[in-house]
Design a protein around this ligand. Sequence first.
Ligand code: BTN
Length: 269
Amino acid sequence: MSQYPIGPNSLDQIEPLFSQIRLFKEIDSTNDEARRAIKSGVSGINLIIADSQTGGRGRRGRTWVSPAGGLYMSFIFPFQKDLIQPQALSLVAAISVKNSLEEWSMTPIKLKWPNDLLVEGKKLAGILLELETSGKNNHVVFGIGVNYLLTVDQKVKIDREVTDLNEHAESIPARERVITKICIDLLNNVREFVGEGFAPFKSVWNESDHYLGSSVVVSDGKSQKSGISLGVNDGAELIIESDSGKELISSGEIAFGLRELVGTINCDT
Ligand code: BTN
């Protein structure tokens, strides 16, 4: 068993918000389980939580190292109409999780475009947003991975600087409390986004941008662009300024400096 097993009764407060909450001690990936559920006709808003993942996935095909001691969850949101600005939802999700974790973190949490959470430049959480269509319905899957309580050994095996909630909280909150807060904040913000778009979130994002005014390299896996980050616009696009002027970027991510590690896979957490 993991050190902080999740008991179904402790999620009572959020149970009415979901059609179904499913808990796994171990799973390949909560996002993969969400996509399987969508394909088999799941209805309503669903939540899938795991203690550990054997095939955790990060953005851009990276591995998300997922030992027991992390927090792994995927939300399934059905959308009946065409979703406007789906890429903006990943920024909305990052703002939500940041707000949730700030309930406990004594150190400010910053954002890295489009949806990483950093504390003092080290990764605290990441979000993998996937769109899945089944029949007439579109579904968005929000996969959220939070570094909750990792051992020193687990941290050093990861090829980038990571931190966990335990390092920044006065005392580590029960995992169920963190999950509850994330669910409430995310649902509220997604509803606001569906009604009003990204504009109300723009200034919140820019106030938390770790790289605002700094030189950045943005990569989409094929090409790289560099310039000074001017934050995001109403469409959640990143604005960068270089010698050739201002440019709007809608896909890719700000590149993270990788740590030099011998014998590790390109992974993430
Ligand atoms: C990233 O920063 O690259 C995104 C990481 C997302 C990880 C979460 S953990 C829960 C869900 N299941 C997965 O396989 N990935 C997401």
